[in-house]
Design a protein. Structure first.
Length: 129
């Protein structure tokens, strides 16, 4: 394992830049800097940002509050990608502006599905034994 990698093998720099981009995007969306009716009506959580090794691409995982109208919110984010990219580039000190790709964060849904499975009577009976 290299000195600058975590136990998962990801570079500390990638994680740090991803977290910085996440904070910036969350702040932009929370303040309502994007002039879009859909994004104004639907608060959005930026749950994770994964940077490519060359820091030129960022996959942004988002979840609209209460999971309402996810596809509509995702479309609004994708429509405003150019503005968000330039706003992030102005605040992150990188050689290149990262291209943003927005995806829905499915981890909450997967967690809820696992909880439901664990609460099923036949599984709970096996776990108690």
């Amino acid at each position: 394992m290299r000195r600058n990698e975590t136990s998962e093998g990801k570079s500390v720099r990638l994680l740090r830049v991803g977290e910085q981009v996440r904070h910036i995007l969350a702040e932009i969306l929370a303040r309502g800097d994007v002039h879009d009716d859909t994004l104004t009506k639907h608060p959005v959580s930026v749950t994770e940002v994964r940077m490519s090794p060359d820091l030129k691409h960022a996959i942004v995982f988002v979840k609209p509050l209460l999971g309402r109208e996810e596809e509509v919110v995702l479309k609004a984010l994708r429509t405003n990608t150019a503005y968000l990219q330039s706003a992030v580039a102005a605040r992150v000190n990188l050689k290149y502006a990262a291209r943003l790709k927005f995806l829905l964060d499915e981890s909450f849904d997967q967690g809820a599905r696992i909880d439901d499975l664990l609460k099923a009577p036949n599984v709970a009976r096996d776990l108690d034994a």
